[in-house]
Design a protein around this ligand. Structure first.
Ligand code: G6P
Ligand code: ZN
Length: 565
């Protein structure tokens, strides 16, 4: 049967440049006539579409089902041989990465704006992943962007829409369409990585004194958490909440941090739950949080690396190397040093880990932005991190029959070995771009003239002094393909080893978001009391000094950050 390929005339739209994680805009922007179509055609123009296999999935947010049909229309007209689509247009970002790898697809189109709110007045996003399962590298996203600037027409085949709610084999025009169960392959993957029997027996034995709670924040991970925690580990329904994906995330902001995951925090505190966790809209972020116990993402990845041997995947394959993004605390560096492993510092963005993993030099990595993962796929993986923690806790408790070891015990022990990198991030969301740029320019000026070097700054409230030792703009040369990424954040270091980083967010959809990251290391000799202080106490002086040096409040015209993590 032959199908009629139609060319539809269009004109370029401004600003279709993919950011840190694909193109993210308000839904209303994507709904403009030809807007979404232009971007999708530009993706197919930038890859070898003819004969390709393309995975389609996403977090199920508002405008996803329509966009899946648009991709089928344009993709089939561009020669895609087969589409593998998550049922109801749902595949978490890590699950999609797994599907691309497992079924050797050419790439995948993920419909997600991650942790940004969803719904008709909120955000939508389109992200392209390549055949290793990871986000497209900059040379491809740049190519897509170039195409969007000159596009004159896009191709479509008009066929009846595919019913996305039925698993099975279908066709769209000349292309095959396979609708798959969103969860199955992912559960198989995790079962190969972790010690499920050990986790189950620990959870069974501690049903009363170690109840756990996972909060899906109405995002995509709900069905994955149900399949694992309820169906595999046999936990009661009370172990999960907000686990039915909703197109607008129940009206919430599906970001697992102390501010936005308040439903988790409140239930944990109210019911005295020792272990809780949440994941974001598309399932790649995570937060581990128990009663009076918060694990910073920087500590989380370091602790997973420290205990890697308890996880069958690493016990079998070994740990090849460790890595973190630049603003992430240096806790993991200390683990690497102790274990004699390579440790990499890459720019913010998971895509920077991909080459190192493909080259067999990296096994475990993480970012302060609530991302933790490993080389089992090429995306960070929220549920993986939660199960990693459960695996570690189960293993540690196997060796401690008389005392139940929980989150705080693991933190305390870790700090007693390595010391603690106190870490916090202040976010100033949706401030004016002019103010944000002026802030950056001012630091760049100091960098150029050296005017801040060796200056001494005193915290008004504590009298603690900090001397600036260096200022630089972080730049990265990829050790594998030697590509260079410049201007990845401004770093101010102090003579006591503390540091402050300023960076503009690459994931916002409106205005500018400034992030300030502060880190101060305290050695193990300080003792448990100092080491277990709240981060806000341990960092008070440094935060004051950072705000003072950068004149942040003046430039941004705001007094307080919108989020503190
Ligand atoms: C996404 C990426 C992460 C990255 C984060 C940074 O979540 O997947 O790898 O760390 O964005 O976001 P930002 O808003 O700070 O640019
Ligand atoms: Zn995400």
């Amino acid at each position: 049967m032959s199908f009629n390929v139609k060319e539809i005339e269009t004109k370029p739209f401004d600003g279709q440049k993919p950011g840190t994680s694909g193109l993210r805009k308000r839904v209303k922007v994507f709904q403009q006539t030809h807007y979404t179509e232009n971007f999708i055609q530009s993706i197919f123009d930038s890859i070898k579409a003819e004969g390709s296999t393309i995975v389609i999935g996403g977090d199920g947010r508002y405008f996803s089902p329509e966009t899946v049909q648009t991709i089928l229309k344009i993709g089939s007209a561009n020669g895609v041989e087969k589409f593998i689509v998550g049922k109801d247009s749902i595949l978490s970002t890590p699950a999609a990465s797994n599907i691309i790898r497992k079924y050797k697809a050419t790439g995948g189109i993920l419909l997600t704006a991650s942790h940004n709110p969803g719904g008709p007045d909120a955000d939508f996003g389109i992200k392209y992943n390549v055949s290793n399962g990871g986000p497209a590298p900059e040379n491809i996203t740049d190519q897509i962007y170039e195409k969007t600037k000159t596009i004159k027409s896009y191709k479509v085949i008009e066929d009846a829409p595919v019913d996305l709610s039925k698993v099975g084999d279908f066709t769209y025009g000349p292309s095959k369409v396979q609708i798959i169960d969103s969860v199955e392959d992912y559960v198989i993957l995790l079962e190969e990585i972790f010690d499920f029997p050990l986790i189950k027996s620990f959870l069974d034995a501690h049903a009363d004194d170690f109840p756990i709670l996972f909060d899906g924040l109405h995002g995509v991970t709900g069905p994955y958490a149900r399949a694992l925690l309820i169906e595999r580990f046999g936990l009661p329904e009370t172990a999960i909440q907000n686990c039915v994906p909703s197109p607008n995330f129940g009206g919430g902001h599906p970001d697992p941090n102390l501010t936005y995951a308040h439903t988790l925090v409140e239930t944990i505190e109210e019911k005295n739950i020792p272990f809780g966790a949440a994941s974001d809209g598309d399932g790649d972020r995570n937060m581990v949080y128990g009663k009076q116990a918060f694990v910073t993402p920087s500590d989380s990845v370091a602790i997973i690396a420290h205990w890697a041997d308890t996880i069958p995947y690493f016990k079998k394959g070994g740990v090849k190397g460790l890595a973190r993004s630049m603003p992430t605390s240096k806790a993991i560096d200390l683990v690497a040093e102790k274990k004699g492993l390579e440790c990499f510092e890459v720019p913010t963005g998971w895509k920077f880990f991909g080459n190192l993993m493909d080259a067999g030099r990296l096994s475990i990595c993480g970012e302060e932005s609530f991302g933790t993962g490993s080389d089992h796929i090429r995306e960070k993986d929220g549920i993986w991190a939660v199960i990693a923690w459960l695996n570690i806790i189960a293993a540690v408790n196997k060796d401690s029959p008389n005392k139940l070891i929980g989150i705080n015990d693991l933190l305390k022990e870790f700090y007693s070995i390595y010391g603690r990198s106190f870490f916090s991030r202040y976010d100033y969301e949706e401030v004016s771009s002019e103010g944000a740029n002026a802030l950056v320019d001012n630091i760049n000026e100091a960098l150029k003239t050296g005017s801040l070097k060796d200056t001494v700054h005193t915290s008004a409230s504590t009298g603690t002094q900090f001397t600036v030792s260096d200022i630089y703009n972080f730049e990265y040369t990829d050790p594998i393909d030697h590509s260079v990424s410049k201007n990845q954040g401004q770093v101010i270091t102090f003579s006591d080893g503390s540091r402050v980083v300023f960076r503009l967010s690459g994931t916002g959809s409106q205005g500018a978001t400034v992030r300030m990251y502060v880190e101060r290391y305290v050695g193990p000799e300080a003792g448990p009391e100092k080491l277990m202080e709240p981060a806000a106490v341990g960092l008070k002086s440094l935060i004051e000094v950072a705000l003072d040096i950068s004149k942040l409040k003046e430039y941004l015209g705001v007094d307080e950050p919108t989020v503190i993590t």
